[in-house]
Design a binder for this molecule. Sequence first.
Ligand code: BGC
Ligand code: CA
Length: 339
Amino acid sequence: MKKILLTALALMMILPLTGVFAGGQTEDGAITVGANIYSFQDNFMNGVIKPELDRYAEELGLELDVVDSEGQQAKLNDQVDIFITKGVDVLAINLVDPASASSIIEKAKKAGIPLILFNKEATEAGVMNTYDKVWYVGTNSAESGIIQGEMMVADWKANADWDRNGDGAVQYVLLKGEPGHPDAEARTKYSVKAFTDAGIPADQLALEADPNWSTTHGNDKMAAWLTSGFGNDIELVICNNDGMAFGAINALKAANVQLPLYGVDALSQALQHIADGEMNGTVLNDGVNQARATLDLAKNAAMGKTVTEGTNWTLDTDGTKAVRVPYVAVTPENYKSFQ
Ligand code: BGC
Ligand code: CA
């Protein structure tokens, strides 16, 4: 009896101390992270973010599980439920639908688990303030469009022959990413705005969006545009990401047409297209640092620390509780330093 009492007493003394690490910690004491990618089909998410999540988790000694949400928000909701049942210490979530953050935040809040959203910023107003343990890691979406736009305007001004019909305006086609995705919306808006801001009229000949930002979409749309009634009028191809740009390049090559063409992400294949003169520029979307920031914040949050403690990240001062990794212009002049 005395022994049982002593054991119970000892347990009572130990438990509060280990309480900080409660949850799904494995026996060896590692912090467990439940994470997802909205779709493993996405060039940038699967080719840049995921490998660095895997690598950096190992460096930090985190137990990381990354699942594929296959482009379905309902699937992600279920995956989050499973992570919570398993007792993960922290969630790192790439929303499928940027307008559905509240459902995920509510689940995390109910379970008392910290949540790091990454890559797709929540679009519901004020939703980040409904839970004290939710943060966002991504970029300033507008910045990518502004940089892409500035690059295009500078090149347009330097190449008088790009104005094929000599009307002083740029006739462009635009491959857009997921409608409603803050990156797609901002890139579409600001890339074109750069022309009009510079006093160059911009005529949109066509715009097609793809929720999957895919190479297939870029190929199919570009091929269709080239054989359409305005096929010969196209002077410039604007792509919200490199994945779609690769498809457009395929279609252009197949039709034996060369047009100025720009992307975003700076995937290694894009750098090669720049080297080969098939692409005029892209914008580095620094997925490596976004993955690192996501896990740095996740680890700190799981340990009950201030999320940026011991890191070089800073939270935006605009109340969005976000770490925003900067974009960088990648041109034929500087692309080698990104290889
Ligand atoms: C990237 C795209 C990607 C999308 C996925 C964007 O930031 O630039 O390539 O498809 O995120 O959410
Ligand atoms: Ca023109």
